[in-house]
Design a protein around this ligand. Structure first.
Ligand code: FAD
Ligand code: NAI
Length: 462
């Protein structure tokens, strides 16, 4: 039996970052992980592999669509699917090995196996029980199931199966027009599959700024994605090579059937806390199966904390990381803090979609007086040169004080551009502060400045 200041259960972005910060703060730390590699959902079957396939297929798209326009003659790109999957595998390995290296460097013990908490202050891994002054639950999430839909990870798949398909399907039905559905739907659309997205609501990416939703869906349709909106999936029936998806249109209750080589179920994720023994030790859960925590990530049981996808809030890697650092600082007696009002969200399609802070719809609902500064990438020289002028930057600011309340970007490098606004918001900046900041020319980020100018006397280039 070993004794630790902190044992973190789970090595995803929440858990591994927490373990590293604990070690940096002088706490004797171990991290329990049941998978064969560190890094959790994000590095093994989430963010990293999906971004590798998005990058590779974007290159295919770029070569097919834009090379000719710039005078570069290439034959139609030939996709070697096995090699593309191998590239994805190497990317995962480089990242998961990187965490192993960081654990060694920071003298963090990796306790290999599935952990449980037999009693407060103790963590059981295999037959061994270890003592821990503090325990951090960072066990993440898993794909939600859908009644009538049986996942076999071959024909009817979750994102995990979709990242590992034996061959590129000719036809694909995606259930759910959320982040996973649109990212992975884009991957297979670019690889030549006929992709149909079936969504329960009348809008894609629920919760996002409505103008962005509309522009995003228009662009995706132009790229070849088909959408069936307002459709409730009833069931799937699969053979070894195909599946039928039955759905009912909500507007008239009519039943329809689609057939495809692959069906991707992407209707959300749920917290994963199986096998931890939380009920037996009396840890309070929310009615949605999340571990209930207070503002300092403490559960109701002394010495047990929880972070990341296993608790409330957006299921994002960087949210989990920030909580990981903050809870480590809290355990070490410092003032760990996460600003939940400034957590960006990014969809890594082409173009990218990014947002931070409040949407216009939320501001309207609150009855808040606000102003909108919008700028199209059509007015941005760099975007036009790069055949990437579809989209816009929209900044929302308080009508009276000019303080930035939110930003919504659809366009080139949106996932990077958004951070300028995040930093500004973190410092409580006004739109004028962004507008008065000199931006290098020609860059995409000039579009952010122009949107900020549009909150005041007006943009220059529109
Ligand atoms: P996880 O990453 O889920 O890690 C939890 C770990 O705990 C797992 O490795 C699990 O094996 C381990 N574990 C569980 N129970 C036990 C136990 N009892 N004992 C030992 N180990 C245990 N987010 C983004 O921000 N950007 C993206 O681009 C992005 N892309 C995504 C793409 C896909 C396809 C998916 C599925 C998700 C994506 N996400 C993305 C979400 C992101 O992966 C999660 O928000 C993030 O991984 C949550 O981190 P976590 O540390 O809370 O949990
Ligand atoms: P999601 O919550 O983003 O989207 C699910 C979609 O499915 C919604 O549009 C919902 O209306 C729809 N839906 C639900 N039930 C349905 C039904 N019966 N029939 C048809 N449609 C239905 O969930 P998703 O895409 O599975 O992603 C899960 C999580 O992973 C998200 O919370 C996201 O934060 C995270 N993620 C983040 C990424 C990123 O940051 N780039 C990438 C991928 C995942």
């Amino acid at each position: 039996m070993a004794s630790y200041d902190v044992i973190v259960i789970g090595s995803g972005p929440g858990g591994y970052v927490c373990a590293i910060r604990c070690a940096q703060l002088g706490l004797k730390t171990a991290c329990v992980e049941g998978r064969e590699t560190l890094g959790g959902t994000c590095l093994n079957v989430g963010c990293i592999p999906s971004k590798a396939l998005l990058h590779a297929t974007e290159m295919v798209h770029e070569a097919e669509e834009n090379f000719g326009k710039m005078g570069i003659g290439v034959a139609k790109p030939k996709v070697d699917w096995k090699q593309m999957l191998a590239y994805k595998g190497e990317t995962i390995e480089a990242n998961t090995k990187g965490i192993e290296f960081l654990f060694k460097k920071n003298k963090i013990d990796w306790l290999k196996g599935w952990g449980s908490i037999p009693e407060p202050g103790k963590v059981k891994v295999g037959d061994e029980v270890h003592e821990a002054k503090n325990i951090v639950i960072a066990t993440g999430s898993e794909a939600s199931s859908l009644p009538g839909v049986e996942v076999d990870e071959k024909v009817v798949v979750t994102s995990t199966g979709a990242l590992e398909l034996g061959k590129i399907p000719k036809t694909m039905v995606v259930i759910g027009a959320g982040v996973i559905g649109l990212e992975l739907g884009s991957v297979y659309n670019r690889l030549g599959a006929e992709v149909t997205v079936v969504e329960f609501l009348d809008v894609i990416t629920p919760g996002m700024d409505a103008e962005v939703q509309k522009t995003f869906q228009r662009i995706l349709k132009k790229q070849g994605l088909n959408f069936v909106m307002g459709a409730a999936v009833q069931k799937t029936e699969a053979t070894k090579t195909k599946a039928k998806v039955t759905y009912k249109l909500r507007k008239d209750d009519t039943e329809h059937v689609l057939e495809a080589d692959t069906v991707l179920v992407a209707t959300g994720r749920k917290p994963y806390t199986d096998g931890l023994g939380l009920e037996a030790i009396g840890v309070t859960m929310t009615d949605r199966g999340q571990v209930q925590t207070d503002a300092h990530w403490r559960t109701n049981v002394n010495g047990i904390y929880a972070i990341g996808d296993a608790i409330t809030g957006p299921m994002l890697a960087h949210k989990a990381e920030d909580e990981g650092m903050a809870v480590a600082e809290t355990i070490a007696g410092q003032a760990g803090h996460v600003n939940y009002g400034v957590i960006p969200g990014v969809i890594y399609t082409h173009p990218e979609v990014a947002n931070v802070g409040q949407t216009e719809e939320q501001l309207k609902e609150e009855g808040r007086a606000y102003k909108v500064g919008k700028f199209s990438f059509m007015g941005n020289g760099r975007a036009k040169a790069n055949h990437a002028a579809d989209g816009f930057v929209k900044i929302l600011a308080d009508k009276e004080t000019d303080r930035i309340l939110g930003a919504h970007i659809i366009g080139p490098m949106a996932g990077d551009l958004i951070h300028e606004v995040c930093v500004a918001m973190e410092f409580g900046a006004a739109a004028e502060d962004l507008a008065r900041t000199c931006h290098a020319h020609p860059t995409y980020s000039e579009a952010v400045r122009e949107a900020a100018l549009a909150c005041g006397d007006g943009p220059i280039h529109s």
